[in-house]
Design a protein around this ligand. Structure first.
Ligand SMILES: *Cc1c(COP(=O)(O)O)cnc(C)c1O
Length: 383
């Protein structure tokens, strides 16, 4: 036999508690027993989002959640400012273009983070910007943007702040209400420890006002339809949801609550620190800005003469260790280790041990155990 390890920034491993909860007999999505489970899960989700706002849920991948924000908040021709620091910022641009929005692109090199001053200047110059679309943890580069600072700037204007926190929520701090985020999008399959298939959107009062005026076409992702269904007796979704996944979600959020969000975030910080220490000890370079690294994923530059795709392929095929390659323009140039969600200390040790062996086989000079030693030194200090 061969044991498989999944260390990508989504999908992520699902705890057995969650898998077992999902294996229970099917229940009906209009029955009170479903309504109760869904309401409880959405309440617990507010705790993770750190919000008092309604959190809506859709059976779709995270990108569906992003699309839901665009179609519900804006009208054709509306001007939006999109900050692009990687692949997922680009996705905001693509969705906005699809719906005929007037996109002002604030573009950075991949690996850089958004300079909040640039947002302030853009809003100063173009008073008709209706929304700012940003990425919290930019999964393609391993960098986390300063949502708090951007939130302060946007809150002082009539525009709304829309945050893609799909890989960030539950791994990197994000205070939806305190940081004045109007719409926050999350997905089930990253730090929330749930299988793929659910998207979430928290919606502020300021954002609901835009929803009232929006004229973009929408049906499945209509926020008003979704909110109305939640108010029914029993509470429900307008169309058949991924019932089993939502039952699993209840279990995953129970685990997060039991550990405590503060500890969950600290654990991610520790794992991020250990992983980065191990990588540096191997003489490898991290990708992206030093002071703002995400604790959800570690992006590593492929060493001279080695294609990152080969590292990923050999780790998976020879060792059963799945990590992620670089996306789009950094394909081959970087590889990424995901550690958001159901991860603990020895997952980091395992992935580093595997990486050492694979790099060695590719001719990179490695002293086996050097990365592992640096990581365990970080972990030991925290115990
Ligand atoms: C994973 C991810 C998405 C896309 O999610 P899908 O579920 O694949 O649609 C969007 N944004 C970020 C930051 C992500 O990490």
């Amino acid at each position: 036999m061969r044991k498989e390890y999944l260390m990508t920034p989504g999908p992520t491993p699902v705890p057995s508690e969650v898998l077992l909860a999902q294996a229970k007999p099917m229940i009906h999505h209009r029955a009170p027993v479903y309504g109760e489970a869904m309401v409880k899960a959405l309440e617990d989700l507010k705790y993770v989002f750190q919000t008092k706002n309604d959190v809506l849920m859709f059976t779709s991948s995270g990108t569906g959640g992003m699309e839901s924000a665009v179609v519900n908040l804006f009208s054709s021709g509306d001007k939006v400012l999109v900050a692009v620091t990687g692949n997922f910022g680009e996705r905001w641009v693509k969705i906005s273009n699809t719906y005929g929005l007037n996109v002002v692109k604030l573009e950075y090199d991949w690996g850089q983070k958004v300079d909040p001053n640039d947002i302030a200047s853009a809003l100063e110059k173009e008073k008709d910007i209706k929304g700012i679309l940003i990425t919290h943890s930019e999964t393609s580069t391993g960098v986390v943007n300063d949502v708090e600072e951007i939130g302060k700037i946007v809150a002082a204007t009539p525009a709304v702040l829309v945050v893609d926190a799909i890989s960030g929520i539950g791994a990197c701090e994000l205070k939806t209400d305190d940081w004045k985020c109007d719409v926050v999008i999350a997905g089930s399959q990253k730090a929330l420890m749930i299988p793929p298939g659910l998207a979430f959107a928290s919606v502020s009062e300021k954002a609901w006002k835009l929803v009232d005026d929006s004229n973009l076409p929408k049906f499945y992702f209509d926020y008003k339809t979704s909110r109305n269904a939640l108010k029914k007796t029993p509470p429900q979704t307008p169309y058949t949801p991924a019932v089993s996944t939502i039952i699993g979600m209840g279990e995953a959020l129970k685990m997060i609550k039991e550990e405590g969000l503060e500890h969950v975030l600290k654990r991610h910080q520790l794992l991020g620190n250990a992983c980065r220490a191990g990588i540096k000890a191997l003489g490898l370079e991290l990708f992206g800005e030093e002071d703002q690294r995400a604790n959800s994923v570690t992006a590593i530059k492929s060493p001279e003469g080695i294609n990152g795709q080969d590292v990923v392929k050999i780790m998976r095929e020879e060792y059963g260790m799945t990590i992620a390659g670089g996306q789009s323009k950094v394909k081959g140039k970087i590889f990424r280790i995901g550690h958001c969600g159901y991860y603990d200390k020895f997952d980091i040790v395992a992935v580093l041990a595997c990486l050492e062996m694979v790099l060695k086989s590719l001719g990179y000079p490695v002293q086996l155990g050097k990365g592992v030693a640096a990581a365990t030194a970080v972990l030991e200090k925290a115990m």
